[in-house]
Design a protein around this ligand. Structure first.
Ligand code: ADP
Length: 736
């Protein structure tokens, strides 16, 4: 206990209070103290000093209470009833009246001794006096103060908001707060994800050490504390060394190195990044705004708490803003990268397209070069039958410029008459069939040239597995030279055949005469040779006759005498003529006949039928049957394909058919079988006595009648030769 230094009257800090408390030794007996008090009625408390330092306090009221409650109070010493330690205030810390009043309330005290830096007593503030003084303050002053505060806060807020740079904002905040609160150190402590943390901004007054950037272990700031702060807890500790501060000893020891006596901590709540705001609404502690007082303990006022809290909110706002900015910047960067990439890809695509275009142009030029130099008309016709491409040959041959032809319909270019002839072929090509035909075309010199025309359909894939015909390619070749050569050849054959026929006929007659034996008998060997010679001459005569027949028909030398004749009659005539040969071969000829009036040359139709029946007999096995029918085209179901394709515009036709159950014709020979000298087996001419001209003559005869001839056959099953002739009402026999 402090030694008695006597009771002294003090000079009071007159600015605050006008009273005269006493000081007394703690050992002084109460009656002595009481005597002093009586002598100084204006004193309201006794301060107990030891070497000028305050060690205890007793108020006049405390003394009265003790005397009233204890009968032996005269033996009591001042030390036993005084309060210690004593709550004091540094003279330099004295701020506003409101702060002082708050301090009285906080400590539940009635007297507050004022001390200097050396802890020497300067005076005593009495709560009652203070309250009286406070009440005396005008309402205007209070409002003025409030205004000043809010202005101050607005200034700081503005400074914070003026910057988008977080670092700058944080530094401004700590500096402004330090300046405003006159605190020794103000800092922003950032809580890191692993529970540790560090000071990232600081404003510190000398001589106190800086704690900027120093990492703090997790123990300094454990998770449950963090949780409390995240909930909005504020911690104001007036004196870290006081037991009521609630700080653990180790922590007090730890913060000693920074000279901290008093501290005020407010949380800065972590704003979530924009993309996480939707799924997480809980608060996250980003950091703390901390004020330290190092010179002495300090009682933090409500205003200070409020200010710190509002500034922490501003920091939180700045963080959101910064985060939003960062987020936006990130998005902008991302988008920029995407756009740059898209742009590069686009540039590349443009480059590629240009290259493709150049390549295409080059290849188109090449194609034009080739097509323009080919001695053939090349065209592309679209599905609407309009020219979409013509090569230069159109200009050279026909005097038609490709540019002018472009988009013009083939009907306009060809003229109605020519178009009527080619229309079935055009239709066939546009239905997907490849067509080749021969015809005549007038060249620009006014002369007709024989041409071979091919239409090749253009199939385009619309989607996988589905095609459409978008047009056809037309190739027209000038075959007039070939035709001239063929004509010369035919004429030569005709002349030769003609020259051969007379001696051959006489030779044939002579051989026949010798064979009768009227000119004498031959030996068996001679007879055998005569038979061979007779057969060969026979074949030769047939060949010469056939060649001459064909040549005459082709050159138009023969005139077919058309008249109305009956189909059944014609068949019967042909069958009668062939009956003997059929019987020799043990082959039956059956007929199914419908009488139809046709317009034809009966001899030639009978010749055609005879030829077909003769072939059927030749290529059938003995014991089989041949069927010959005549009917209307439309009685034949299904309608033969050939009629469908070629004769749609001429439906009124009689249909003849010679069917056998013979060896049949291989599929690949069917197309050529009507051409000259075409035989499936070349030995047939010898074995079967054929010439290979029979079917060619048949075709020529039928074509001259305006009909069509074709064959359907299957090897090992049999053949069926069809031909059509117009009914007599049509009268279409071609006479030249
Ligand atoms: P050929 O005088 O040789 O019979 P054609 O022009 O009449 O001449 O016939 C040509 C070829 O067609 C024959 O050699 C034969 O190969 C084939 N041919 C004609 N008719 C028949 C048929 N009914 N059955 C099988 N093959 C036939």
């Amino acid at each position: 206990m402090a030694s008695d230094e006597g009771i002294r009257t003090l000079t009071f800090w007159d600015e605050v209070v006008d009273t005269h408390p006493l000081t007394a030794s703690g050992q002084t007996l109460l009656p002595k103290v009481l005597t002093q008090l009586v002598a100084r009625p204006e004193s309201s408390c006794i301060l107990v000093l030891h070497r000028s330092n305050i060690v205890g306090i007793v108020t006049r009221q405390d003394l009265v209470n003790v005397i009233a409650q204890r009968s032996r109070w005269t033996k009591l010493r001042l030390a036993t009833i005084m309060t210690h330690p004593v709550i004091t205030v540094l003279k330099s810390e004295l701020s506003t009246v409101a702060a002082l009043i708050q301090r009285f309330e906080h400590h539940q005290i009635s007297h507050l001794p004022v001390i200097n830096e050396n802890k020497g007593l300067v005076g005593v503030i009495v709560q009652k006096e203070l309250l009286l003084k406070a009440n005396a303050q005008s309402a205007e002053t209070i409002i003025e103060q409030q205004h000043q505060r809010s202005q101050l806060f607005a200034e700081i807020t503005l400074k914070i908001r003026q910057s988008l740079q977080l670092k700058e904002i944080l530094q401004t905040t700590v500096e402004e707060v330090q300046n405003l609160l006159q605190a020794d150190r103000v800092l922003i402590y950032q809580v890191l994800a692993d529970g540790t943390g560090k000071t990232i901004s600081e404003a510190v007054q000398p001589p106190y050490p800086s704690i900027l950037g120093i990492p703090f272990p997790e123990e300094v700031f454990p998770e449950d504390y963090q949780h409390l702060y995240a909930q909005g807890r504020i911690l104001a500790i007036a004196d870290v060394h006081a037991p009521e501060s609630g700080l653990a000893d180790c922590l007090v020891e730890f913060i000693k190195q920074w000279g901290i006596q008093s501290k005020l901590i407010v949380p800065i709540v972590h704003p979530l990044p924009p993309e996480r705001l939707l799924d997480d609404t809980t608060n996250h502690l980003w950091g703390l705004l901390i004020a330290h007082h190092c010179r002495s303990p300090r009682q933090w006022t409500d205003f200070e708490l409020e200010l710190m809290q509002q500034l922490a909110d501003q920091i939180s706002f700045a963080l959101s803003q910064g985060q939003m900015l960062e987020y936006l910047e990130e998005r902008v960067n991302l988008r920029t990268v995407e756009l740059t990439q898209a742009n590069t890809a686009l540039q590349q695509e443009i480059q590629d397209r240009k290259q493709v275009e150049v390549a295409l142009r080059k290849s188109e030029e090449q194609i034009r070069l080739i097509t323009n130099n080919l001695p053939v008309l090349i065209a592309y016709v679209d599905a609407q039958q309009r020219y979409r491409f013509n090569n230069q040959a159109y200009n050279y041959w026909l005097g038609q410029k490709p540019a002018k032809l472009y988009g013009t319909s083939i009907k306009t270019v060809a003229g109605a008459e020519h178009y009527a002839r080619i229309q079935p072929h055009v239709r066939a090509a546009l239905s997907g069939e490849q067509v080749t035909y021969e015809g005549d075309l007038m060249f620009k010199d006014g002369r007709y040239h024989a041409v071979s025309v091919s239409y090749i359909p253009h199939l385009e894939m619309v989607e996988p597995g589905q095609t459409t015909i978008s047009g056809f390619f037309a190739l027209t070749t000038d075959i007039s030279e070939r035709k001239a050569i063929e004509r010369m050849k035919d004429e030569f054959i005709a002349v030769v055949s003609h020259e051969l026929r007379t001696p051959l006929t006489s030779l044939h007659g002579s051989l026949k005469l010798i064979a009768t034996g009227r000119l004498g008998h031959l030996s068996d060997e001679g007879q055998q040779m005569l038979t061979v010679a007779d057969e060969s001459t026979d074949r030769l005569v047939r060949l010469v006759n056939n060649v001459l027949d064909l040549q005459r028909i082709e050159s138009g030398e023969v005139t077919m005498e058309a008249c109305t004749c009956d189909t059944a009659d014609l068949v019967e005539q042909a069958v009668d003529a062939m009956q003997t040969i059929a019987q020799e071969q043990d082959i039956e000829i059956q007929t199914q006949l419908k009488s139809l009036a046709i317009w034809a040359d009966p001899d030639y139709i009978v010749q055609t039928l005879t030829n077909l029946i003769s072939n059927a007999i030749k290529f059938s096995a003995p014991g089989t049957a041949i069927t010959v029918t005549s009917q209307s085209c439309f009685d034949h179901q299904p309608l033969p394909q050939a009629i469908n394709t070629f004769s749609q515009s001429e439906p009124e036709l009689a249909l003849f058919c010679v069917r056998d159950n013979g060896q049949g014709i291989p599929h690949d020979s069917l197309k050529n079988i009507f051409e000259r000298f075409q035989q499936v087996d070349s030995s047939d001419s010898r074995k079967k006595g054929g010439t290979g001209l029979g079917l060619t003559i048949c075709r020529k005869i039928i074509e001259q009648h305006g009909g069509t001839i074709w064959v359907e056959s299957e090897v090992g099953v049999g053949s069926c030769f069809y031909f059509t002739v117009p009914l007599s009402s049509k009268k279409i026999l071609q006479t030249s």
